[in-house]
Design a protein around this ligand. Structure first.
Ligand SMILES: Cc1cc2nc3c(=O)[nH]c(=O)nc-3n(C[C@H](O)[C@H](O)[C@H](O)COP(=O)(O)OP(=O)(O)OC[C@H]3O[C@@H](n4cnc5c(N)ncnc54)[C@H](O)[C@@H]3O)c2cc1C
Length: 297
């Protein structure tokens, strides 16, 4: 029986392990080896780490954990979490079972990009297609930047206006709100109507083919659909918010006693959306780790 099992070895889980390890709590961290920012070669918007490859950050965090004898990091996938406070069981994919008094969920989100041929491949290559201007907007500076879909177009055009050379909204045959269309025109963004047939890499960026006509772009913003990467919140019956995020208080406590959540999978109800960023995930891991210690006292 360990003090805590942490599910997830991204920035949220690794920081929770560090916080718990520093108080000599016995911890098992399980990591299935799939990370949300796998498609990105470099991460941004993190002080002193701007441009660091995400794998390098995780590697350094794991190296830090080696100094703490009570922390075990294991490359393993889990498939079930059950029980209640002081008596949780976690079943691993190999059928073995581990037990702990507390659980920290840090299993992140999984993204699915819109169903446009060629888009998933470019998303996984990572340098031309992005979803977050804070993370990858600057890397598209001075280029013609596309925005796929009408839904987030107004917002993204406004955010990327000072960064991009120009902006092109591909409505992908979605209706564009007249107020949004007017704001796009005001900001000098062009609107290309029609279904996007496919996107593909070109010599100097990418090309979106819209009803047979090529539109040359230097980068493209898309809105993926994000869902929980693991089934544990549902298995434990945790309260979720309309965003799909597990509801947490500012210290990462969920609706179930003894279960904490951190990182992208968790959502504080006072915030309009889960703040999905590496630094925020690490900070929330620290808070969940500290709250765990508090609840074990
Ligand atoms: C393409 C892309 C680029 C991004 N770029 C940036 C950026 O530049 N800067 C930035 O700040 N943010 C960026 N983000 C956001 C950032 O990736 C997330 O905010 C961050 O990774 C969240 O960390 P996390 O620890 O919550 O989850 P993750 O890093 O996704 O880690 C989840 C962990 O859970 C584990 N796991 C899942 N299921 C199981 C299971 N069944 N058993 C065991 N372990 C399991 C995984 O193996 C992994 O260890 C980007 C996101 C995307 C999609």
């Amino acid at each position: 029986m360990r003090d805590v099992i942490i599910l997830g070895g991204g920035p949220a889980g690794l920081q929770a392990a560090l916080t718990l390890g520093r108080l000599h709590r016995s911890v098992l961290l399980l990591d299935a080896g799939r990370y949300r920012n796998d498609p990105a070669d470099h991460m941004h918007n993190f002080l002193a780490q701007d441009g660091t490859p995400p794998a390098e950050l995780r590697h350094a965090a794991r190296a830090d954990l080696e100094a703490y004898d009570t922390v075990e990091v294991r490359d393993a996938s889990a498939d079930q979490v059950s029980g209640s406070t002081d008596d949780f069981s976690v079943r691993l994919a190999d059928g073995s079972v581990e037990q702990a008094r507390r659980i920290v969920l840090a299993t992140g989100l999984r993204d699915e990009v819109p169903d446009v041929p060629g888009l998933a491949e470019l998303w996984h290559e990572g340098d031309l297609v992005a979803h977050c201007p804070f993370c990858h907007g600057h890397e598209m500076a001075g280029r013609v930047v596309g925005v796929l879909g009408a839904e987030r177009a107004g917002h993204l055009v406004a955010m990327m206006g000072p960064v991009a050379a120009s902006l092109v909204v591909l409505d992908d045959d979605e209706p564009v709100d007249p107020a949004v269309a007017a704001s796009l025109a005001e900001r000098g963004a062009s609107l290309v109507a029609g279904k996007v047939d496919r996107v593909e890499r070109s010599a100097d960026g990418l090309v979106a083919v819209v009803e047979g006509e090529p539109v040359a772009l230097g980068g493209l913003f898309v809105g993926p659909t994000s869902t929980q990467a693991a089934p544990f919140a549902a298995q434990l019956g945790l309260t979720t918010l309309p965003s799909g995020g597990v509801e947490v208080d500012p210290m990462g406590r969920t609706s179930a006693e003894g279960v904490f959540a951190a990182g992208d999978m968790a959502h504080e109800a006072t915030l309009p959306m889960a703040m999905a960023a590496v630094l925020v995930a690490a900070a929330s891991g620290l808070k969940a780790g500290a709250a765990c210690v508090q609840s074990l006292l």
